[in-house]
Design a protein around this ligand. Structure first.
Ligand code: NAP
Length: 235
């Protein structure tokens, strides 16, 4: 896909992997809609992009809230006239082992990681149908390639994102919308610091590594199925 001059929505673009993806897409000449719940953080991302000469807008949006999903998609349409790429990166992780599962953390994890990703994808894909080609990339996790019992709801949610990716991939075919997922291993972000996941320095990736994978997918002329994407670190 030729992404220069096209428009991307990146969720969770205020820090970590999402911010790295937003900056990488901007450097490639994309207009970027940077979204998250914390407006200050996405405003900083948008400012950095504008300083690079890129068109960018920050949107405060909680993807677990239906009204925010529609407002985010509408803002992108009104600002840039279309949406070509959606990077579903926003996610939360709770340290809930099997023995301390609790309903609040479980519901929040599913509402953000699974339901938010699904409903935002639906809203954006509806608007993508006017395009010749479009792309949805879901940021999944190696926790969906082998569940981690110390983060139970997170692992289950990322298996959900894998299934969702397959469903969206099949649905998107008829509308020239490609859909893939990347499965990062441990990556040096605030989420990792809060999770206390065991990891050796040689396993630890940088957010920019994941951004590079997203760019690779977008620029590849080939239609890839989710299961063909290689996990980016061993467990
Ligand atoms: P992070 O530093 O905690 O960033 C998460 C981002 O998501 C933040 O910008 C956060 O902003 C946003 N977010 C959270 N809940 C949201 C909501 N309801 N609506 C909108 N935005 C929301 O985490 P990260 O490590 O960069 O993670 C990014 C993605 O990569 C996640 O999907 C995560 O599961 C995945 N991943 C991470 C790792 C890792 O080791 N770090 C490994 C595999 C996969 P607000 O809180 O301001 O909304």
């Amino acid at each position: 896909m030729d992404i220069r001059g096209k428009t991307a929505i990146v969720t969770g673009a205020g820090r970590g992997i999402g911010k790295a993806v937003a900056l990488a897409l901007g450097r490639e000449g994309m207009n970027v809609v940077a979204a998250s719940r914390t407006l200050k953080e996405v405003e900083r991302t948008a400012r950095e992009l504008i300083e690079l000469g890129v068109k960018s807008v920050a949107v405060r949006a909680d993807i677990s809230v239906m009204e925010d999903i529609d407002r985010l998609a509408d803002t992108a349409m009104e600002t840039f006239g279309g949406i070509d790429v959606l990077v579903n990166n926003a996610g939360v992780l709770m340290a809930d082992g099997i023995e301390n599962l609790n309903q609040r953390d479980w519901d929040l994890t599913m509402a953000v990681n699974v339901r938010g990703t699904a409903f935002l994808s639906r809203a954006v894909m509806e608007r993508m149908k006017q395009n010749d080609e479009s792309y949805v990339v879901n940021i999944c996790s190696t926790a969906a390639l082998g569940a981690k019992p110390e983060v139970t709801s997170y692992s289950v949610s990322k298996y959900g994102v894998t299934g969702l990716t397959e469903a969206l991939y099949k649905y998107g075919k008829a509308h020239n919308i490609r859909v893939s997922a990347v499965f990062p291993g441990v990556t040096d972000t605030e989420m990792l610091q809060s999770a206390d996941m065991p990891c050796t320095p040689d396993m630890l990736m940088k957010p920019e590594d994941i951004a590079y994978c997203v760019l690779f997918l977008l620029k590849s002329p080939r239609r890839m199925v989710v299961k063909e994407i290689v996990p980016w670190a061993t467990r």
